[in-house]
Design a protein around this ligand. Structure first.
Ligand code: PLP
Length: 692
């Protein structure tokens, strides 16, 4: 069962809203502009829903329009205000020189300001109202700048952090400034969670969105204060009193009506009270704190919606946390937009002045007011399981379980690769190219396996590697001798070879600086089976490596994972990447009974989740971070390989790498487990087979 904790993004549709929508589509399908009985029924429905919304929002003499959603409501409000400002300016009246918006507004607001300011040729300055570290607007700034403002936009509550704006304080600042600016309040995240008495304030415009509160997508509301200027965004058949033309979205309106009915019913069972939601959030927060020791909240809970938690965990990226939650079938969202290699920090958290790691590592967990006790209990249990998975995989700052380190593990940081090479029999390890930012994570791993670190090597003599070495020596004095005599590349001065049981590491100094590290297996005199070297320098190694020897690069922006000399010299031709959709999986397995299915998700995800049950098919767990260990074995066998992961991204990388290295039957499951039609599942595969 999915636990959906992303209600600030959107919500499922309430059963009674779905029933109302179907009724409006199938039975009461009239056009409210028609004068016959079917039309009159539709008109009565619209009027009833509007009246309910007017009561709930206390709109007084103001208008309340049905629109397609908040983005349309925002456009209409901005167009209306800016059009009026232009008319005033053309009449020779002062309109100020700027448009103000809160620095943490949803992008729809500044983008609408930019758009309509340009389209209407107003060319006013568009400026952000700063917020403090708690996400609250700088009211002194507002009071100082408001006299020069034509329009001020401040959201009621923030979608990323849940921070509730001080609307009373903002109104007081506007009044005290003597400003005649129009005021728009984006009420999207407040609907159903905070009481908004619109007609009691000077708010001119307030947009709302149905899909944030259990109505379907495509329906929203716009409040317009009595007397506030209005310009329709859409002209046409004159619907909504000619304020918003276009045949009304009757099923959306009916569904929204059912939601509002449940909201208005104070004795009803559908929505929780503010106090109940605060209690639920406290339980979720306790589960998070237990699962992720050291967690920090990115906004004060006391000043935030009782349905939102935004947090960061030192040493764990937003992407990693999202993958972890997703593996536990818990849907959360990153507080920031992620690209494959780099997490873009959240502009909201940056505007609050939070440190970069917090802004880039944020995770948002949000519930809707219709959740119940059983749901929260299950959510807490899953969060606790996420914490357990981290402890089992040496990724928690506390109580990690000891692990056996064997073979090669890769740790990525913005395209740069760090490798840990460990030997379980000899209980020793070597680190290659660590970065200071990775030290706490690496220290956890090394502490868990508890092997002495024979050397911390740098492939190209970067100062960062030396810095990481010193930091690690300080954190792990018993495993890494700070005083060991090493050269600028970290190589121990007295040694020509580093011995890790049957594994041996030699080096070759490269012209122009740096070193290639050559791994061999099975005792002295064996040929190199893996070279740690930039592919463009591999040619310089001459006879020391063969055309097929695996090359592990120091950086991998292109996500190739590995290479070899034959590829670098252009002598080898990559095999095609083969793709399979979820619906073809059974067919594939029937056609290839010898196939090996390979789960490339990380162990902390595999611990939490299940994999497809496919009778008689071999399944292997080989996380992408340990992928190089298995490549030689797979290439030697050439049996069909089907890689899979959650979304199809990592399995594509994996299959692409194998195909590039010449495997003729490397398949990826497109869309990953996420798109797999419901299939029987079984517990994740056992420990990765270690083939080095
Ligand atoms: N404003 C806020 C605060 C939001 O959270 C959202 C949705 O993410 C919007 C505006 C846009 O709403 P809609 O999806 O209805 O256009």
């Amino acid at each position: 069962m999915e636990i959906y904790l992303d209600a600030n993004a959107t919500t499922p549709v309430l059963p009674q809203a779905k029933a109302a929508a179907i009724q409006a589509m199938v039975e009461d399908y009239g056009n409210p502009s028609s004068v016959h009985s079917t039309g009159l029924k539709a008109r009565a429905l619209i009027d009833g829903v509007r009246a309910r919304a007017q009561r709930l929002l206390d709109t007084g003499a103001g208008q309340l329009l049905f629109v397609s959603g908040a983005t349309e409501g925002i456009q209409t409000a901005v167009l209306s205000a800016l059009h009026a400002l232009r008319a005033r300016r053309e009449a020779g009246l002062a309109i100020g020189s700027q448009l103000l918006y809160g620095a943490t507004e949803h992008k729809a607001v500044p983008e609408a300001l930019k758009h309509w300011n340009a389209v209407l040729g107003l060319n006013l300055a568009i400026r952000a109202i700063p917020v403090d570290t708690q996400g609250r607007h700088d009211l002194e700034f507002l009071q100082r700048e408001a006299p020069e403002a034509g329009l001020v936009c401040t959201m009621a509550a923030n979608n990323e952090t849940g921070v509730i704006s001080d609307l009373t304080g903002i109104e007081a600042a506007l009044n005290a400034s003597g400003s005649s600016a129009f005021w728009m309040v984006d009420g999207v995240q407040a609907l159903g969670k905070l009481s908004l008495r619109l007609s009691q304030s000077r708010i001119d415009y307030a947009p709302f969105s149905g899909h944030k509160l259990y109505a379907p997508k495509g329906i929203g509301l716009l409040y317009v204060r009595a007397g506030a200027p209005f310009t329709p965004l859409m002209a046409g058949g004159g619907q909504e009193g000619a304020l918003r033309s276009g045949t009304e979205n009757m099923s959306g309106i009916a569904a929204l009506g059912a939601v509002l009915e449940a909201l208005e019913d104070k004795e009803g069972k559908t929505f929780r009270s503010h106090a109940e939601m605060s209690g639920f959030r406290a339980r979720l927060a306790a589960a998070l704190e237990q699962a992720f020791p050291g967690l920090v909240y990115n906004a004060p809970l006391a000043q935030s919606l009782p349905t939102t938690l935004n947090f960061s965990v030192p040493g764990l990226s937003s992407r990693l946390l999202q993958d972890l939650f997703d593996a536990a079938d818990v849907r959360v969202s990153g507080g920031s937009a992620c690209s494959a290699a780099k997490a873009a920090p959240s502009f909201v958290l940056q505007a609050m002045g939070l440190p970069d790691w917090q802004a880039a590592g944020a995770v948002r967990l949000s519930i809707g007011p219709a959740v119940d006790e059983a749901f929260i209990a299950e959510a807490c249990a899953r969060i606790e399981a996420c914490g357990e998975s981290l402890r089992r995989n040496c990724m928690s700052p506390a109580d990690n379980q000891p692990t056996v380190g064997e073979g090669l593990s890769r740790f990525m940081l913005e395209g740069a690769c760090c490798y840990v090479l460990a030997d379980a029999a000899a209980q020793r390890c070597v680190l290659i190219d660590p970065q200071p930012e990775q030290v706490s994570r690496l220290a956890q791993v090394l502490r868990c396996q508890n092997y002495p670190v024979v050397a911390v090597l740098s492939s190209h003599g970067a100062a960062a590697h030396g810095e990481a070495r010193a930091l690690l020596a300080a954190e792990l004095p018993d495993l890494l001798a700070a005083s060991a005599e090493v050269d600028a590349l970290g190589w121990p001065l007295t040694q020509t070879e580093l011995e890790l049981g049957a594994k041996r590491l030699r080096r070759q100094l490269l012209e122009g600086g740096g070193q290639a590290l050559l791994l061999s297996e099975g005792g002295q005199g064996q040929a190199c089976c893996l070279a740690f070297v930039a592919p463009q320098h591999a040619q310089a190694l001459g006879e020391q490596i063969g055309a097929q020897t695996l090359i592990a690069p120091p950086s991998d922006e292109a996500q190739l994972l590995a290479s070899n000399l034959a590829l670098e010299r252009g002598e080898a031709v990559a095999a095609p990447l083969l793709q399979l959709s979820g619906t073809q999986l059974q067919q594939f397995v029937d056609a290839h009974p010898d196939a090996l299915l390979i789960d490339v998700r990380e162990p902390y995800e595999q611990f939490l989740s299940q994999t497809p049950e496919l009778a008689g098919v071999a399944l292997q767990a080989m996380p992408l971070s340990r992928f190089l260990n298995a490549i030689p074995g797979w290439l030697a066998e050439q049996r069909p390989l089907l890689f899979f992961c959650r979304s199809g991204n990592r399995s594509r990388q994996a299959a692409q790498a194998l195909a590039r290295l010449g495997h003729s039957q490397a398949w990826t499951l497109s869309g990953g487990l996420a798109l797999l039609p419901d299939a029987p599942v079984r517990a994740a595969a056992a420990d990765p087979a270690l083939l080095v």
